[in-house]
Ligand binder design. Structure first.
Ligand code: ATP
Ligand code: MG
Ligand code: MG
Ligand code: MG
Length: 451
């Protein structure tokens, strides 16, 4: 309105500068300080793996107590991207997102008899009145009680697919391998309510297809194996496994008929395929990143989750539950895609897409600093997909070589060096493409096209 006579807040002259993402300002310990005194090393004697080391050294996570981590800003960016992809796929099959309490009443868990069954894995606590609770390791009880509390549904409301992405708590006997096995971790858990076994199987299939699309988009090859239903209970179950030597699950795959299973579901030591009987079973290891269950009426029966069928008769709903290990997927992706000293991300999850390197302070090309800043601002402003995705490595006291090494270690999909070739009449930028390993010299327009 122009009514303010004195501007208390300064104008926008510096707004670019404020919004520009500067490596020197990122809260990413590997960038903040140099050297090995960072507490970024793994603890002596700790079981470690590639993703744990890379995530510690890259300033993505920091340990707090066993199986618990600070997720630092770069990791949170990647996690949020992963959650958006998951949301996308869950919405595509009709999933509705909600959020349930982590503090779960013991009474619910006693009704399903899992209060005792879960044993020491359950984190238990008491409130000031002496009432007992657990910190939710999974939410079959809670969601079924929630749905049942709405009264009898109509068959027209089914299938009903509810999911959440929340922290889960499990007192794992051996928390290890960083985010692969934590005691507090993020899981996407979806629960389905259907009218019949057949309908529940349709839903089961739809979720498996959604998982397939998700892992394809991430570029992560997985094996879907027949699995044990464990203490979640139920009749039909599959795991989504990423083949990796560090994996804690043993898988068998038949070379003849493609039968695949978690070893724990068949008799140990057998070399013949349970499906086709040929002697072509091979064993490998995998990281369990997802798990699907057809539950039948195990929980809906206990909590009385019912619907009226077309004849207006109340019927107990058929259920399924579908987990994805969100933080585990992030670590597992790094585990299987990276080399020992450089992170390689699924393109869609990289915390930042582009890192721009201006010349070293005091070098012949020092005056190109402004051009590098301009390039950063322009990329972010003219390409919608790059908004907030371009960082400037302004640590110009370091050589280009040193910063380039850092950038490759952190796995930016694109690194742009503003150096000698940007001084030419037709300025060219040196572009390193992490995915293909190619180096290209491109004009600004060429770079925009590439990105
Ligand atoms: P595991 O066999 O590795 O202990 P689980 O079979 O106990 O896993 P589920 O109950 O099937 O796990 O949970 C669904 C998903 O949650 C798993 O497929 C996995 O991706 C993830 N998950 C389970 N436990 C952990 C953990 N301790 N840390 C990180 N992710 C986990
Ligand atoms: Mg477990
Ligand atoms: Mg398992
Ligand atoms: Mg499982």
């Amino acid at each position: 309105s122009g009514s303010a006579s004195t501007a208390v807040i300064p104008d926008t002259v510096h707004s670019n500068h404020r919004s520009r993402l500067l490596v020197s300002r990122l809260f990413q310990p590997s960038n903040l300080r140099e050297g090995k005194d960072l507490g970024l090393e793994c603890r002596p004697g700790e079981m470690t793996c590639r993703s744990q080391k890379l995530m510690l050294q890259g300033g993505l996570i920091q340990p707090s107590n066993p199986g618990c981590f600070y997720y630092l800003p770069a990791a949170v960016r990647a996690l949020e991207k992963l959650v958006r992809l998951i949301d996308d796929e869950m919405h595509a099959i009709g999933g509705q997102k909600l959020d349930m309490p982590s503090l779960c009443a013991a009474e619910l868990w006693q009704r399903s008899e899992r209060w005792d069954l879960m044993g020491k894995e359950l984190f238990r606590l008491q409130d000031r009145h002496g009432a007992q609770f657990c910190l939710g390791p999974t939410h079959e009880e809670a969601v079924t009680e929630l749905v049942a509390s709405q009264g009898t549904l109509s068959y027209r409301q089914l299938p009903l697919l509810l999911y959440q992405v929340t922290r889960k708590f499990r007192d794992e006997p051996k928390p290890r391998f960083g985010l692969l096995r934590g005691r507090e971790f993020y899981m996407k858990d979806m629960y389905s309510f259907d009218t019949s076994e057949e309908a529940a199987h349709q839903t089961y299939k739809a979720v498996c297809q959604a998982y397939d699309r998700l892992f394809r988009r991430l570029g992560l090859p997985y094996v879907m194996v027949q699995a044990d239903t464990g203490n979640i209970g139920g009749k039909l179950s599959h795991e989504f496994q990423l083949p990796a030597d560090i994996g804690e699950d043993r898988l068998v795959i038949c070379g003849n008929c493609n039968f695949s299973a978690n070893l724990e579901t068949i008799e140990p030591g057998r070399a013949d395929c349970p499906r086709c009987q040929s002697a072509t079973l091979t064993e490998s290891k995998g990281i369990e990143v997802g798990h699907t269950f057809y539950l039948g009426t195990k929980y809906s029966h206990v909590f009385n989750a019912t619907y009226y069928n077309a004849q207006n008769k109340p019927v107990v709903a058929e259920m399924g539950c579908f987990g994805l290990g969100v933080t585990r997927i992030l670590a597992a992706a790094i585990e299987v895609l990276s080399s020992d000293d450089a992170i390689r991300w699924p393109g869609l999850l990289a915390p930042f897409q582009v890192c721009v390197l201006p010349p070293k302070k005091g070098s012949k090309t020092e005056d190109l600093g402004a051009l590098a800043e301009e390039l950063c601002d322009d990329l972010g402003a003219s390409l919608k997909s790059l908004k907030g995705e371009v960082v400037l490595d302004d640590r110009t006291q370091l050589t280009i070589g040193k910063r380039l090494k850092d950038a490759q270690r952190l796995g930016y999909p694109y690194v742009v060096v503003v150096g000698q070739s940007a001084k030419e009449e037709q300025p060219k930028f040196e572009v390193l493409c992490q995915h293909t390993g190619d180096t290209m010299f491109l004009s600004k327009e060429g770079l925009m096209d590439l990105l």
